[in-house]
Design a protein around this ligand. Structure first.
Ligand SMILES: Nc1ncnc2c1ncn2[C@@H]1O[C@H](COP(=O)(O)OP(=O)(O)O)[C@@H](O)[C@H]1O
Ligand SMILES: Cc1ncc(C[n+]2csc(CCOP(=O)(O)OP(=O)(O)O)c2C)c(N)n1
Ligand SMILES: [Mg+2]
Ligand SMILES: [Mg+2]
Ligand SMILES: [Mg+2]
Length: 309
């Protein structure tokens, strides 16, 4: 075995991340083999991240690894699913050194421990391009109880799980070399697994990665209805509120916060009471599309959020 080569990397650095899960077969097999779990459905999600697109090329490797797990954990949270295991694909840029890989693995281990998330398998390749990562996450949800995007109906309340716009503001800070709580949050989002019991009460939900307007719109589209969003009701952090107060055009600034993405909060439709942890910001309606209101007036919107070319 070449020291520092692909199999050395798998055995020495990746195997401990299985946390002893028997399904991983010690990362020595062609595939992981998962037993079924009676009474539960398996939610499966996959998100990729590319240096320069999803994270800054000089972001610390341990934080990049943790963000990869967390953006996927955010999708599981939005389905009401309890994390079960992860599969990881990594394309290392040619010449990535062992020390970098060790730091990356330290991040995986840290969040593997925090979220009790074993690594069950994956793939490692090299690339002439930028660092490219993908994780597939599995989560259990009681049979038939997964919260889907398609469950909203006209009359349901639209609510969000927390502040909107911090991720975009944090990216802006990080790009300008400004460190602080928002730059930290951009690098290390906090998936709302703490709200699983509230999320399971939702008629529909999606996590907010592309932007509030885009992801609320994804729920509406999947549900065959429209959504009205009242920007003045959007929860903001104190930092975002201070930024907003300094902007010349309040409506355009609110729109920026609601379309910037990287929030990793959950948008949900509730029928009846809005549970603990959520703030009502609008409603689902008959029709189609995303209708935005600010300062009591309809706002024309030309872009709902992030979209890859
Ligand atoms: N390359 C792909 N192959 C298969 N399905 C995909 C692909 N890319 C996206 N999807 C599907 O499109 C839907 C929307 O994806 P996406 O916008 O990435 O969701 P999310 O924002 O929750 O990560 C999901 O059902 C996802 O599985
Ligand atoms: C360096 C950098 N530039 C720009 C962004 C903004 N950004 C890139 S992708 C994206 C949307 C989320 O990524 P995507 O791959 O669409 O995730 P998904 O919706 O599939 O979860 C955002 C807001 C960023 N996160 N980092
Ligand atoms: Mg995705
Ligand atoms: Mg996602
Ligand atoms: Mg999502």
């Amino acid at each position: 075995m070449t020291p520092g080569g692909e199999f050395d990397w798998i055995e020495r650095l990746l195997r401990p991340l299985t946390r002893g899960a028997p399904e991983a077969l010690d990362l020595l097999d062609d595939a992981a083999v998962l037993p079924s779990r009676p009474g539960f459905d398996l939610a499966v999600t996959k998100d990729a991240m590319v240096a320069g697109v999803h994270f800054l090329p000089d972001d610390p490797p341990d934080l990049v690894a943790r963000k990869l797990l967390r953006v996927n954990l955010s999708d599981l949270a939005a389905k009401g699913a309890e994390p079960y295991g992860a599969f990881l694909a990594i394309a290392w840029p040619a010449g990535t050194d062992w020390a970098f890989k060790e730091i990356f693995v330290r991040g995986l281990a840290q969040d593997g421990e925090a979220y009790r998330l074993p690594l069950l398998g994956g793939d490692t390749v090299s690339t002439p391009g930028p660092l490219t990562l993908s994780a597939t996450l599995l989560g259990w949800v009681p049979a038939g109880e997964a919260v889907l995007r398609r469950g909203a109906q006209p009359g349901d309340v639209l609510a969000v799980s927390g502040p909107i716009g911090d991720g975009w503001l944090g990216l802006d800070d990080a790009k300008r070399g400004l460190e602080g709580r928002l730059a930290d949050l951009y690098r290390l989002p906090e998936p709302r697994l703490d709200l699983l019991s509230s999320i399971r009460k939702a008629a529909a939900a999606a996590d907010i990665s592309d932007g509030l307007l885009a992801d609320a719109g994804h729920i509406a589209k999947a549900s065959g209805c429209a959504v009205r969003i009242e920007l003045d009701r959007t929860p903001l952090s104190s930092e975002a509120a201070a930024w907003l107060a300094a902007q010349p055009d309040r409506t355009q600034a609110l729109l920026q916060l609601a379309t910037g993405g990287d929030d990793y909060q959950v948008a949900a439709a509730f029928r009846g009471a809005v549970p603990e942890g959520f703030t009502a910001i609008g409603a689902f309606e008959a029709g189609r599309g995303v209708h935005v209101v600010a300062g009591g007036a309809a706002v024309a919107v030309d872009r709902l959020g992030w979209s890859h070319a």
